[in-house]
Write a protein that binds this ligand. Structure first.
Ligand SMILES: [Zn+2]
Length: 467
């Protein structure tokens, strides 16, 4: 190349680069300061995936994450959740086979089997034919497997990984299938689904599944103290409540462990297997909080979930071969953080809306204004509002589902009015899911894809099949 040609090329590059450099300079000068520690590198990204910890925040979409993050305080610079610090971020579509808006059963099935199914169906296709799940395939390849949740352990999300049932309401059947699959770790609520009616449970088939697990060598745990005393050797069936576990705001009044404690113990037990493990951990009650339009509860349960995630990340950082994923099944409530958002008001909540509604409907002697003030921090109830709540107290709310409860929904409206956190619905919405990833293979989870891709990516990284 002659000198003349070289100088021509130099000139060409200068002309190309200069506007770009100038633009970069403008962007840099106008940008806010970079968030301190926005992304942490996490475990090495290039080693073979040996184990997977799959965190699923039920109903926890980007907006629920945002609200929990904002509750930490001034967002600039760098007040981030642990899940925010994970190096990889992706998105995925959540629709089910028969609806734009999924439920936890169909989305759980998509994320456990790699196939779409209809709402309310678990681990089966729309005709009822079972799909193998990623958890079962991990078990078949010699890995240890576990399920942890804050709802009943037979609820839709964990059940989608460990059972095949055409109707998610059939939690008794899910429990029965667990007593065939025998996952190494099962922790959550829902003891009644494992016990016969003669022992105060819900099973009308007379089967005592807890005894069956015990005879298989399982340790049976019932309280947070049991869990902390447990040495972590052998398999565990831990059922900490008769039905779902408490909201994080209400948990101090119970003997239940935190999701962090459960996750730590789960990892301790499962990681003894030299062939690796698969653990699904569900922050299950973020969804229930948002069904009740309870923003304070959504924050508390998301923060509790985030602490459990930090425990998983700490383990993965040391162990180096564990992939950590944090996803959600769908959004719940159509939550919106408006300009009127009042996080200081929300921080005054001392109990969940659900528990407050339960007290109001069960104990007619309770003063409405007093308990709404004590539990929810609302000190300015109008006469009209008190009258409305009192009229709903006459109805017995005990038998209603967690979506369809008029007293709870009315309290949710009172809180929304004062907190500036609006909700479009008491049900789910169709917004994309958000996934954070750290560890080997994490980079596979960038971009926008379908929720059915998630278990397929996991299977490829673990080098196991998922038909
Ligand atoms: Zn839900």
């Amino acid at each position: 190349m002659s000198k003349k040609t070289i100088s021509k090329w130099l000139l060409f590059f200068l002309v190309l680069c200069l506007p770009g450099c100038a633009m970069l300079d403008v962007v840099q000068r106008n940008s806010p300061p970079a968030l301190a520690g926005t992304r942490e590198p996490g475990p090495p990204a290039n080693s073979q995936v040996h184990s997977v910890i799959f965190f699923i925040g039920d109903g926890m979409a980007a907006v629920q994450r945002t609200l929990a993050r904002l509750s930490l305080g001034d967002p600039a610079p760098g007040r981030l959740l642990s899940m925010d610090r994970m190096p990889v971020l992706g998105e995925y579509m959540t629709h089910s086979a028969d609806a734009i808006v999924t439920d936890s059963a169909a989305s759980g099935t998509a994320m456990s089997t790699g196939h779409k199914t209809n709402n309310k169906m678990l681990g089966v296709d729309p005709s009822g034919k079972p799909f193998p799940t990623i958890l079962e395939q991990c078990r078949n390849s010699g890995m240890s497997v576990g399920l942890i949740t804050t709802t009943t352990i037979t609820h839709a999300t964990p059940a989608a990984f460990g059972s095949h049932v055409a109707a998610r309401e059939d939690e008794l059947q899910v429990a029965l299938q667990y007593a065939t699959l025998y996952p190494d770790v099962l922790m959550g609520g829902g003891r009644d689904n494992f016990l016969p009616t003669s022992q105060g449970g819900k099973r009308e088939d007379g089967q005592d599944l807890i005894s069956r697990f015990r005879s298989k060598g399982y340790a049976i745990l019932e309280t947070g103290e049991d869990l902390s005393h447990f040495q972590g050797k052998g398999k565990v069936l831990a059922l900490f409540s008769r039905n779902e576990m408490a909201f994080e705001l209400d948990r101090p009044k119970t003997r239940e462990p935190s999701l962090f404690q459960m996750t730590q113990k789960g990892i301790e037990i499962l990681s003894r297997n030299p062939k690796g493990f698969f653990l699904m951990v569900e922050g299950g009650k973020i969804d229930w909080a948002c069904h009740a339009n309870d923003a304070a509860c959504s924050i508390a349960d998301t923060l509790a979930f985030d602490r459990a995630i930090q425990g998983g990340l700490d383990f993965a950082k040391k162990e180096k071969r564990t992939l950590v994923l944090v996803a959600n099944d769908h959004e719940t409530g159509g939550m919106a953080i408006t300009k009127k958002a009042n996080l200081a008001f929300l921080s005054g909540a001392k109990a969940s809306i659900a528990q407050t509604a339960s007290f109001l409907s069960h104990d007619k002697s309770i003063d409405t204004a007093q308990i709404v003030s004590d539990n929810l921090g609302i000190r300015d109830l109008s006469e009209k509002e008190i009258k409305k709540i009192n009229s709903l107290r006459q109805e017995d709310a005990r038998e209603k589902s967690y979506i369809d409860n008029s007293l709870r929904n009315a309290l949710g409206e009172l809180v929304a009015k004062r907190s500036g956190i609006a909700f479009a619905t008491h049900d789910h919405t169709a917004v994309v899911g958000t996934i954070s990833a750290a560890g080997p293979g994490a980079v596979e989870f960038t971009g926008l894809y379908d929720n059915t891709e998630i278990p397929r990516k996991i299977a490829r990284l673990l080098k196991i099949s998922l038909p």
